[in-house]
Ligand binder design. Structure first.
Ligand SMILES: *[C@@H]1O[C@H](CO)[C@@H](O)[C@H](O)[C@H]1NC(C)=O
Ligand SMILES: *[C@@H]1O[C@H](CO)[C@@H](O)[C@H](O)[C@H]1NC(C)=O
Ligand SMILES: *[C@@H]1O[C@H](CO)[C@@H](O)[C@H](O)[C@H]1NC(C)=O
Ligand SMILES: *[C@@H]1O[C@H](CO)[C@@H](O)[C@H](O)[C@H]1NC(C)=O
Ligand SMILES: *[C@@H]1O[C@H](CO)[C@@H](O)[C@H](O)[C@H]1NC(C)=O
Length: 504
């Protein structure tokens, strides 16, 4: 093989346009959801009566479930139906099929709630566990940008300077994404199905319907809900659905300090692992509220962000179903939103990801009675699957312990199967030569002018995490800044010399 210098490089990041005229469906958290606490509250089965009910709109559907609750009865103040039992539960020690290498299912009955933080509040950051996670994040060497915390409910209008600062890539205000964010499925007409905020009291109804149609989904789980409904979470997991992290108490994360973000994500990873035996490697930021600071922390914690598809300020793939319970949207309007989403979805060349919830009775009634039957009747046919599968990866790649680190490099983390090199700040010359193929490198390095001794051919194939900047490398020709850390995740092709870093 002809050795060639392969230097793996940060991808060029183009700042996205900011759009300030937000449509209601893509409104900032304070407007799109009633309140942070409502978003994470346990379902009561009936919302507060509304004085002026939200307007209903005409809907046309190809298909509905014969047992659907009439739309006119899916309201904030509806009389709730009795909950149903889980169709299947799994004994401690059961081994899931479809996840090679998964450990036996833990005994959920042995969970001790007192070992976890209080429900629905951001966990304290001075506990030994959180302090340990803070240390682990620091030890990755990933630099967390010094971006100021947003205020209130992270609304753009309340944070004009932050909203105008394109360098922080704040999704909430303009929909900016980085290559590490997953917002679509690659294949046209493929729908990465997701349900957030559970497990809820009516999640068993959704599971029953999904089973009846042989569908699998991704559940973005609230840690506080998981602790309250561990058997429901076990059934989701054992039934082959993907489990992702959705924080402990559902705050807009850009309003949190670094330590609070670590606590929110860390405890949710922990409780999911304690209940299922495996640790998710994906998360969804509540309200989609993510910027480069939140991204860096999440990636340092091994979590890849998954948001929902956004084509423009007026075409964001959020059904709005969450707000039925709060009385600010009618169920018929949610159906119309959904019809717009699928109409938009058929016009794009990729698949898509839609935001729905399994927290409330109303959202489950809509999903099982209308949205999923309608999606299944769609012509041309949609392919509905968990996000991990829509990315053409096996379910085992959704969890840290079973992930194939060669083919699905963990974000920000470093696979043990690779030699670590400039990830550590060494004081000796570090030269890395790798021969062959299709390995993956993930790491961080500090670059100063005297390090740049490369030459030859540079190729890059960066499929993930760029540096926190807009720099591009070329051999012998450096356009970026020196004297800073760079982190990357990249796939090594063909092989060879990577880089030499002299002592510093
Ligand atoms: C819910 O509220 C609407 C009007 O606000 C009212 O017409 C309807 O009867 C109420 N339903 C129930 C079950 O209370
Ligand atoms: C972070 O930014 C703030 C405000 O711009 C500044 O006061 C602070 O010193 C910075 N911290 C670091 C570690 O650079
Ligand atoms: C996409 O959605 C927007 C609003 O959500 C709607 O106005 C538009 O008609 C949709 N596009 C298509 C092709 O249906
Ligand atoms: C991938 O790496 C993680 C973290 O180092 C490890 O726990 C896991 O077992 C690895 N995956 C496999 C399949 O070995
Ligand atoms: C990872 O995937 C590659 C390619 O499919 C396969 O050859 C390898 O055995 C897998 N590794 C593990 C640990 O499963």
């Amino acid at each position: 093989m002809r050795p060639s210098a392969l230097f793996l490089l940060p991808v060029l990041v183009v700042a996205h346009d900011l759009h300030y005229n937000l449509h209601a469906r893509q409104a900032p958290p304070s407007a799109s959801l009633p309140s942070t606490s409502a978003a994470s509250a346990a379902p009561t089965g009936s919302g507060s009566p509304t004085l002026s009910p939200p307007p209903t709109v005409p809907v046309t559907l190809q298909s509905t479930n014969p047992t659907a609750v009439p739309l006119s009865q899916i309201t904030a103040n509806e009389t709730s139906q009795p909950t149903i039992a889980l169709q299947s539960t799994f004994a401690a020690g059961s081994i899931p099929t479809g996840i090679p290498g998964a450990p036996p299912l833990p005994n959920a009955a042995a969970l001790v709630p007192a070992n976890y933080p209080p429900l629905d509040k951001t966990p304290p950051t001075d506990s030994p566990q959180v302090q340990q996670w803070i240390q682990q994040v620091a030890s990755t060497g990933i630099s967390i940008p010094n971006i100021s915390v947003t205020t209130g409910a992270a609304a753009c209008s309340a944070n004009p300077a932050a909203a105008a600062d394109t360098s922080r890539c704040w999704w909430t205000c303009g929909g900016c994404t980085r290559p590490s964010d997953i917002t679509t499925c690659p294949d046209k007409l493929t729908w990465g199905l997701t349900y957030d905020d559970g497990p809820g009291f009516y999640t068993p109804n959704l599971l029953q319907y999904l089973d009846s149609q042989n569908l699998k989904t991704t559940f973005f789980v609230i840690g506080s809900r998981a602790l309250g409904a561990p058997f429901t979470l076990q059934t989701e997991y054992m039934s082959g659905h993907q489990i992702g992290v959705h924080t402990w108490s559902h705050p807009p994360l850009t309003t949190m300090t670094n330590e609070q973000i670590i606590a929110e994500l860390g405890w949710t990873k922990q409780v999911i692992k304690d209940i299922t035996g495996l640790t998710p490697n994906t998360f969804r930021p509540p309200y989609g509220d993510i910027d480069d600071r939140v991204r860096a922390i999440a990636l340092a914690m091994g979590l890849t962000p998954i948001i929902w598809t956004r084509l423009s300020p007026v075409a964001t793939f959020d059904t709005g179903d969450f707000n039925i319970n709060g009385g600010t949207i009618s169920s018929s309007q949610v159906i119309v939103n959904f019809e717009n989403i699928i109409a938009n979805a058929t016009t794009i060349n990729t698949g898509f990801i839609v935001l729905e919830h399994d927290l409330f009775e109303q959202t489950v009634q809509l999903a099982t009675g209308y949205i999923l039957p309608e999606a299944l009747a769609h012509n041309p046919a949609f392919s509905l699957k968990p996000v991990i599968n829509c990315l053409n990866k096996p379910l085992s790649d959704a969890y840290v312990e079973t992930n194939n680190n060669s083919t699905n490099p963990p974000p920000g983390g470093v696979s043990k199967s690779f030699p670590l090199f400039f990830r550590q700040r060494t004081n000796r010359l570090t030269c890395i030569y790798r021969l062959c193929g299709c390995d993956t490198l993930i790491g961080c390095f500090w670059l100063q002018p005297s390090h740049w001794i490369g030459g030859g051919e540079v190729r890059w194939n960066v499929d993930g995490w760029p540096p926190f900047g807009h720099d591009v490398y070329r051999v012998g020709h450096w356009h970026g800044r020196f004297n800073r850390w760079y982190c990357y995740r990249a796939v090594l092709r063909d092989l060879s010399l990577v880089i030499c870093i002299p002592p510093y």
